[in-house]
Design a protein around this ligand. Structure first.
Ligand SMILES: CC(C)(COP(=O)(O)OP(=O)(O)OC[C@H]1O[C@@H](n2cnc3c(N)ncnc32)[C@H](O)[C@@H]1OP(=O)(O)O)[C@@H](O)C(=O)NCCC(=O)NCCS
Length: 191
């Protein structure tokens, strides 16, 4: 792994946004594109991994509240995956969390098999699950009506993201083309 992990700097914002968008493009988060980086309040922190030429090839943002930490974003540029960049970001984040006295680190993710494998092989265990259901007029013109009961006159729903319980999974998959299982992974900071 030929990268250096350092704190995020405001001048990294464009590189951060591009890295995240490209990393998500072939995942279940492909349309979760941000144009401005959400701020992380202290004691939370943000790190970037840079290659030998200084280019940002991976990012991790971690929120910390009352000793519990959450990965807000972890993304490695697709040209640099599976070379330990994500692992290096996580390792540095865990060191910083231990120094802050945080005890747990969790993350929410959808159903990409490679990502699930990465969390599991990095000591995370799967806990809570629920569904992310997309109702999209352009996939099936009836989906928004199936998802939304009463309509406001003059407004036609075109796209909606809805949450549902796992018990609804079979019914949701029958009625909607895009359904994700959203899962919480959690590990202890000390490993
Ligand atoms: C998940 C992710 C952060 C892992 O970072 P990484 O630098 O690729 O992972 P590492 O090199 O530390 O670890 C490699 C392992 O991760 C797993 N992995 C996860 N996603 C992978 C991918 N898209 N391609 C290849 N391996 C992947 C593999 O199990 C791999 O093990 P292997 O080398 O034995 O095959 C990165 O692949 C990524 O950005 N994925 C897309 C964005 C995403 O899903 N982010 C999390 C959303 S919550």
């Amino acid at each position: 792994m030929d990268c250096t992990v350092r704190p995020y700097l405001p001048t990294d914002e464009t590189a951060w946004l591009r890295c995240r968008a490209l990393a998500f493009l072939d995942t279940a988060y492909f349309d979760d594109v941000k144009r401005v980086r959400p701020a992380i309040a202290a004691p939370g922190f943000a790190l970037v991994a840079v290659g030998p030429d200084g280019a940002v090839i991976g990012v991790i943002d971690v929120e910390v509240e009352h000793g519990a930490a959450t990965v807000e974003t972890v993304a490695v540029h697709p040209d640099h995956r599976s070379r330990g960049v994500g692992g290096a970001l996580l390792e540095e984040a865990l060191d910083r969390l231990a120094a802050l006295g945080a005890t747990t680190l969790d993350a929410w993710t959808r159903d990409d098999p490679d990502t699930l494998r990465w969390y599991r092989s990095n000591g995370f265990a799967e806990g809570d699950h629920y569904l992310h259901v997309y109702a999209d007029y352009y996939t099936d013109a009836a989906e928004p009506d199936r998802a939304i009961g009463g309509r406001r006159p003059g407004l036609r729903p075109v796209k909606a993201l809805l949450h549902a319980a796992m018990a609804e999974e079979a019914a949701m998959r029958e009625q909607f083309a895009r359904v994700h299982v959203c899962r919480r992974f959690v590990r202890s900071v000390k490993g």
